[in-house]
Write a protein that binds this ligand. Sequence first.
Ligand code: AKG
Ligand code: FE2
Length: 351
Amino acid sequence: MELLCNAPAHASVPDRYVFPPEKRAALQLDGVDGPDDGVTLPVVDLHRAALSGDDGLRRRVAEEIVRAGKEFGFFQVVNHGVGEDVVRGFRDAAAEFFAMPVEEKMPYCSDDQSKPFRLASSTSYDKSETRYWRDYLKLQCHPVSDELVRHWPMEPTSFRPRLAEFSEAAHELAQTLLSLVAEGLGLRADFFAGDLSGGETQMNVNYYPPCPDPSLTLGLLPHCDRHLLTVLSQGDVAGLQARYNGRWLLVRPVPGAFVINFGHQMEIVTNGALASVEHRAITNSAVARMSVATLIMPKMECRIGPAPEMVDDETNPAKFREFVFSEFMEAYNTAAASREDVLDSFRIHRD
Ligand SMILES: O=C(O)CCC(=O)C(=O)O
Ligand SMILES: [Fe+2]
């Protein structure tokens, strides 16, 4: 398998990574202050420590999240309660993994999507010839059990304990966010608990080495996440862009923050109120970038459809039909992650 992290630093971009001009990222990192007109994503202070004892504060935070979610579909959170050491601990372990010698990583290389831990490169969604400037770990990270941990690598030795710790913390944050989203929408606080968010949580650890010519390449294709909610640590190197009013908005790194965005299931359950927004990753020539995305998802057999509370037959009829989550997962693969193609098979079309 061809991995970028195995190669010595690249002096030039090999042809198979060069996108045709119409697919290249028009907006480069050093041009961000121009094209995005100073629009920045909301940064929500979760006041995590005070949240459970202060109902007024809780309501304000919940409203702020829903407002940000409705306008951007993306926001960042600070004071989120996940310890800096927990985040740094796992990010360091993952960076060490990518830096290990080829022979030690090779046993994990696989394109078999059913594996609970694997290392791969580019993406499995875009079937065109051009490769994305990205290596990634795709792994199952929650619930943490002895059986699951056995699939995680033994080396570096910090990997298993730091991942277990990070995974629990990210999961807890996700549950807090989901209850705030529910409250902000006027739903029961435990609306998303149970099967809707109780599937096996997956994680993408994306590694984008420095690229000699970012104007020719892409780190990750434009896509929406297919799950319910994504909790992303992007570290301090920029590269994530979200679609906003027909443009690409750079998600500026905020120290210690998590970037939160909604997946397709959130859009469907809320009948379009909280949309799943397209995003992509661009490359840069200066430093390697690593992002860690924790993807909260429903149980495979969970029935999904717009919540009755989010639908009004007269003014806001259901936009999506009901389905079983496993059906959606299949459709997403077939539609190669394209937002409209995948949602189209679940949309109710009215004349
Ligand atoms: O690298 C990033 O910031 C984006 C990652 C992402 O969108 C994903 O893993 O689904
Ligand atoms: Fe994503």
